[in-house]
Write a protein that binds this ligand. Structure first.
Ligand code: BES
Ligand code: ZN
Ligand code: ZN
Length: 507
């Protein structure tokens, strides 16, 4: 596993397989004091090589110099960071990921990163160190759990970076940078937990396994308690809607209610609710084969909630947090719920099921009703809810639906900080007509394909009462099929974990 730490030191003496130095586009080589120090030790040959290669510091540009014993480091890699003015926190995150990938491809096990004298307006050294570290850890993520016999050959020449030392020459910033590195590690680990849960094949992650993860997390912190909602308890609570979705599966349904209590008096009580469909076949309204291939990702909302809970204690978050999910598997069978069925949710609402593939909202009806009984100051749900959301916003961007301005601002600010694209969609009230049912209180589909993300949001809104609430439809970014950023590999992205933690920290 990759360990990262920061310490004060003179870069020249660092012993490592690879020493990484950064250089901004167009900056004079002589202005880079760190580079000059190393170059002096290398009798000017590093800058000579840079000139020879025409290195100007564009993003992604790099010069590799083998030191051959002239300094303790094995090789020096000078990496361009592009225009200084364009550098922001998100660029630092991507940069971190690129550095980790380059180090890996150069087969370096130990890496020293010479911390540059960069500053970004409005951002602290801690923010920057945090972003670079986050990028390094998240960009190094691999999911090898289920590689078998054929993988051995690969593993023999597989090189993982083991240790990165961020060397800081300035004594005054070292503490801030250390803190940034530590915090990033916690955030990245939480994100990777969510990724791994999403990546885990659906035969290895049944509803009961999701609850086991919650148990594990609760056992690791005295501040976290857990109530398990087994089928009996769900029945007792009147969660007939969620139970109906799970009924077609041989694998039983199971829910979890985690509570994190901070040490002092909590500032607020926040409920986080995650969609937890461990596999979505569509049920009797079965999906076509192509649409089913990635449907192990349909528990990404709950995975994000679990990621958040893994980090709450370590980050010493000061609000009370409730984490709730009702895990089910949506399968067709002789016992499955049918199009046409009417089920009564926990709050007494009757739901006409017209498409068993619109199952997420049916499970969330009960999860949100349950969360509401704890009278939270605010509720946020995350769900891979609709394909329509992907049509509206594409694969990278999640939809935010809320009528609460403060919550909207807070979540958008958090998302901007963490680089997780989030865009508002309206809870357009006139569309409530589209989910009115002829035989029950509400139906689980809107009027055709148009506005599908919004009608799903409106359906959920029905179950939150007056509690300030926000819905995040993460159907696009929860699962990445084509890599677009170096810090998010293909597969589960862990979307929402850092965003929610940032939101909770900002309350
Ligand atoms: N889990 C899917 C939504 C989804 C689609 C998530 C693509 C991730 C990627 C959800 O349960 C679903 O099937 N929704 C239907 C709703 C429709 C039947 C009203 C959809 O979007 O087609
Ligand atoms: Zn579905
Ligand atoms: Zn689904």
């Amino acid at each position: 596993m990759l360990t990262i730490h920061a310490r004060q030191g003179a870069v020249v003496q660092e012993k490592a397989d690879l020493l990484i130095m950064l250089h901004a586009k167009g900056a004079a080589l002589v202005s880079n004091a760190l580079l000059q120090k190393i170059d002096t030790q290398l009798t000017g040959s590093l800058t000579a090589l840079m000139k020879q290669d025409g290195f100007i510091g564009k993003t992604g540009e790099a010069v590799l110099y083998p030191c051959l014993g002239k300094i303790p480091a094995g090789k020096v890699l000078v990496v361009g960071v592009g225009d200084k003015e364009k550098l922001d926190v998100d660029a630092c995150r991507k940069l971190g990921a690129q550095l980790a990938k380059r180090a890996k491809s150069l087969k370096a096990k130990t890496v020293v990163l010479a911390w540059p004298e960069i500053s970004i307006e409005g951002k602290t050294a801690r923010d920057l160190a945090s972003a670079v570290t986050e990028g390094m850890v998240l960009g190094s993520y691999v999911f090898h759990e289920y590689k078998g016999r054929l993988h051995e050959a690969y593993q023999k020449d597989g090189h993982e970076v083991e240790r990165v030392t961020i060397t800081v020459s300035d004594r005054t910033t070292i503490k801030a940078i250390e803190r940034g590195v530590e915090e990033a590690r916690i955030l990245a680990d939480a994100t990777m937990l969510a990724r791994t849960l999403v990546n885990t094949p659906p035969n290895h992650l049944l509803p009961a396994d999701m609850v086991k993860v919650a148990e594990q997390i609760a056992s690791e912190s005295k501040r976290i308690s857990l109530t398990i909602l087994d089928e009996e308890k769900m029945k007792e609570l009147g969660m007939n809607a969620a139970l109906a979705v799970g009924r077609g599966s041989y694998n039983g349904s199971k829910g979890a209610h985690l509570i994190y209590r901070p040490v002092g008096k909590p500032k607020k009580r926040i409920a986080l609710v995650g969609k937890a469909v461990t596999f979505d076949s569509g049920g009797l309204s079965i999906k076509p084969a192509d649409g089913m291939m990635t449907m192990k990702c349909d528990m990404a909302g709950a995975a994000a909630v679990l990621g958040v809970f893994q980090a709450l204690t370590k980050l010493d978050v000061s609000v009370e947090v409730h984490g709730i999910f009702l895990a089910v598997e949506n399968m067709p069978s002789g016992n499955a719920y049918r199009p046409g069925d009417v089920v009564k949710a926990m709050d007494g609402t009757t739901i006409e099921v017209l498409n068993t593939d619109a199952e997420g909202r049916v499970t969330l009806a009960d999860a949100l009703s349950y969360a509401n009984t704890f009278k939270p100051d605010a509720m946020v749900d995350l769900a891979t809810l609709t394909g329509a959301c992907v049509v509206a916003l594409g694969e990278d961007v999640s939809a935010l639906m809320t009528d609460d301005d403060r919550l909207r601002d807070r979540l958008l600010t958090a998302a901007k900080d963490t680089g997780e694209p989030l865009w508002p969609l309206p809870l357009y009230a006139p569309y409530q007509e589209l989910i009115k049912s002829k035989v029950a209180d509400i139906k689980n589909i809107g009027g055709g394909r148009a506005g599908g993300a919004i009608t799903a949001g409106l359906f959920l809104q029905h179950f939150v009462g007056k509690t300030p609430w926000a819905h995040l439809d993460i159907a696009g970014p929860a699962f990445v099929e084509k890599e677009t950023r170096p810090d998010i590999p293909v597969g589960g992205s862990g979307y929402g974990v850092r965003l929610l933690l940032k939101y909770l920290q900002g309350i």
